[in-house]
Design a protein around this ligand. Structure first.
Ligand code: COA
Length: 188
């Protein structure tokens, strides 16, 4: 694997703020044409400090260069209740490669593969859900190749999203998952 995922640290705040302002990240994160940041009003230092087992951020590095980030949450247990009334035993992921020159080179697939593998390392986790914008058809193709299937259109605030889901059984039968045991240690 070329990508290393590690927990986000306070030293990553400037980078997360830079990626938050990147036009290609804004375009994937919100339907608001006037948005100047992808994750409106997010205080990255606060987010990182508040990390817990039910909500945390990961930084992806290639040859020690940070290229993007992920958020992993337990959508039922995390404190903001972003997903509303949702079943237990799920994980929700978000992913963004902030460095434009690192897009479409297979790194996103590696990031997702590692994070999915890590989520399903917990035997209680039944499925993983994601909420790409309905308009982000490039991302839909990306998720479909990982085994995610659309399960319904849903508004999150003003954002029109197409929720996708990956069931454990689909992942186990998939050829995309990481090459076999022994199981890596959990990322966080
Ligand atoms: C979506 C994303 C994580 C994919 O990672 P990646 O390393 O670029 O993609 P990979 O090289 O592993 O796979 C290529 C696929 O990613 C998707 N992709 C590539 N560039 C993309 C972009 N700028 N935006 C959205 N999806 C993109 C396409 O489906 C592409 O497949 P294609 O050859 O059929 O066009 C990455 O492109 C990204 O961070 N995009 C901007 C943020 C975003 O859209 N995040 C998803 C929010 S739900």
């Amino acid at each position: 694997m070329r990508v290393r995922l590690r927990p986000a640290e306070l030293g990553d705040v400037a980078l997360l703020e830079k990626w938050d302002r990147a036009p290609h990240v804004i375009a994937c994160a919100t339907d608001n044409p006037d948005a100047t940041t992808a994750f409106e009003d997010t205080d990255w230092a606060e987010e990182i400090t508040a990390a817990s087992s039910v909500s945390y951020y990961l930084i992806a590095e290639v040859d020690a260069r940070p290229i993007g980030a992920m958020q992993v949450i337990d959508p039922q247990a995390e404190p903001t209740h972003y997903w509303g009334d949702v079943a237990p035993n799920l994980r929700a992921l978000d992913i963004w490669i902030g460095e434009p020159d690192m897009l479409a080179r297979g790194y996103g697939t590696e990031m997702m593969t590692q994070a999915i593998d890590d989520a399903f390392a917990d035997p209680a986790v039944e499925a993983i859900i994601i909420d790409p914008l309905a308009s982000n058809t490039d991302a839909h193709r990306f998720y479909a190749r990982l085994g995610f299937r659309p399960v319904g259109r849903r508004m999150f605030g003003d954002d029109d999203c197409l929720v996708h889901r990956l069931n454990r059984i689909t992942w186990l039968n998939s050829s995309v998952q990481m090459a076999a045991p022994p199981r890596r240690p959990r990322i966080v």
